[in-house]
Design a binder for this molecule. Structure first.
Ligand code: UD1
Ligand code: UDP
Length: 377
């Protein structure tokens, strides 16, 4: 049996590692995985670093589409994926998450009648101004196998008309939905040990456990509006007066800061003593930062969850989240790009000694579940 896996953005490269590992461990004689990198992310620290560090199989194809408007970028990907799928004739196309690479894979594969496997299905923010919400809805409704990391995601699919009956034969007209736990939990457990022994990021930057906050920003609604972007940076600079803030800067954010904020403001951000701006870091370094931070402030989907995996409270720089289970535990709070709310929530979490992180993302065996469903029989 042959599967074509589509990756392109940073988190997808990491997510795919779990399935590739499971195939290598248990299905190597029966399953051939062809990996297609769309080239959506291309800087070495947004792509190459993960293959090298995490020992992920190299892509068999790289479409090198690069950046562009949604239409241009997605169209280039569809064209390239179509050609590869026609040539390879896979039994399934595997897609992850909700990026333009996911949307392109879903469009190309569905038109060629190749069954789609969507990993991270069912998640909804109910905000269609998010490009990711559009990508996930389209991908889910073109998929044959839908694997949801959370119960809420599974219930969303049922509400959208997917049948709960677990029949044996699944087709594009009769898709199957499954609640399987979070594939990134598999990866966080797998790589956490390695991060402890290999990452030197704490020493490199003189960081002391619990004495710093980890922040990431990259959502377009935060980066592409001067008001939101400056409100977030002002809040981070205020926090950084009291506790160091480490901010691995996504290229989008770096570009937008230079483009939107005035020179004086940029200078203040760069020269702020407590604010440590660093280039994007490797996954093992990221895990080391997450494990040792006092708290996480982020608009990233993946980083919200990893904060939870490593028992850290999380200030979410968004008006809503697909990962509502985290909110329900009280260990994360939505604050948007609101200066006052960011500070208020930071202070509450910084003072709170009663932290509690019940298990909500499965047992770290999502890849095992998914591969058994797809490949056993
Ligand atoms: C994309 C995904 C988002 C995901 C994020 C993960 C879409 C619509 N968005 O957002 O869901 O959370 O990846 O990080 O698919 N750039 C570089 N070098 C790179 C990559 C990007 O400089 O290697 C810059 C370019 O200026 C580019 C901008 O970042 O225009 C945005 O990149 P893009 O891939 O379009 O979207 P992300 O914001 O990264
Ligand atoms: N990540 C990383 N280095 C960084 C920032 C993030 O390795 O400098 C990892 C992070 O640990 C998580 C994934 O990238 O596994 C999240 O990607 P991102 O925040 O870009 O996208 P999202 O999850 O919001 O789609």
């Amino acid at each position: 049996m042959k599967v074509v896996t589509i990756i392109g953005a940073r988190p997808q490269i990491i997510k795919a590692a779990a399935i590739s590992r499971e195939i290598a461990n248990n299905y190597v004689d029966r399953i051939k995985e062809i990996i297609v990198h769309t080239g959506q992310h291309y800087d070495s620290n947004m792509s190459e670093v993960f293959f090298t560090e995490l020992n992920i199989p190299r892509p068999d194809y790289n479409l090198n589409v690069g950046s562009g408007s949604h239409g241009v970028q997605t169209a280039r990907m569809i064209e390239g994926i179509e050609e590869i799928v026609l040539k390879e004739q896979p039994d399934y196309v595997l897609l992850y998450g909700d990026t333009n690479s996911t949307l392109a894979g879903a469009t190309a594969a569905s038109k060629l009648n190749i069954p789609i496997v969507h990993i991270e299905a069912g998640l909804r923010s109910f905000n269609r101004r998010m490009p990711e919400e559009i990508n996930r809805i389209v991908c889910d409704h073109l998929s044959t196998f839908l694997f949801s990391p959370t119960r809420t995601g599974y219930d969303n699919l049922v509400r959208e008309g997917f049948s709960e009956e677990n029949e044996k034969t699944f087709t594009p007209d009769n898709p199957g939905i499954f609640h399987c736990g979070d594939i990134m939990y598999d990866n966080s457990l797998h790589f956490a040990q390695m991060a402890s022994s290999r990452s030197t990021i704490l020493e490199d930057h003189n960081l002391v456990s619990d004495a710093f906050v980890l922040a990431t920003i990259h959502r377009d609604h935060n980066t592409d509006h001067e008001e939101s972007l400056t409100a977030i940076f002002k809040a981070l600079m205020e926090i950084a007066k009291e506790r160091k803030v480490v901010l691995p800067l996504h290229p989008r954010t770096k570009n937008k800061l230079q483009e939107l904020a005035d020179e004086d403001f940029c200078k203040k951000v760069i020269e702020h003593e407590g604010l440590l701006l660093i280039p994007p870091v490797s996954f093992l370094d990221m895990i080391a930062l997450e494990k040792n931070a006092k708290m996480v402030i982020t608009d990233s989907g993946g980083v919200q969850k990893e904060a939870y995996f490593f028992n850290k409270p999380c200030v979410i720089l968004r008006p809503e989240t697909e990962w509502i289970e985290i909110l329900e535990t009280g260990m994360a709070k939505l604050v948007s790009a609101n200066y006052d709310k960011i500070l208020e929530t930071y202070n509450t979490f910084a003072a709170d000694k009663k932290v509690k992180f019940p298990s909500i993302f499965g047992k770290g065996r999502a890849a095992e579940f998914i591969c058994a469903k797809l490949f056993s029989n």
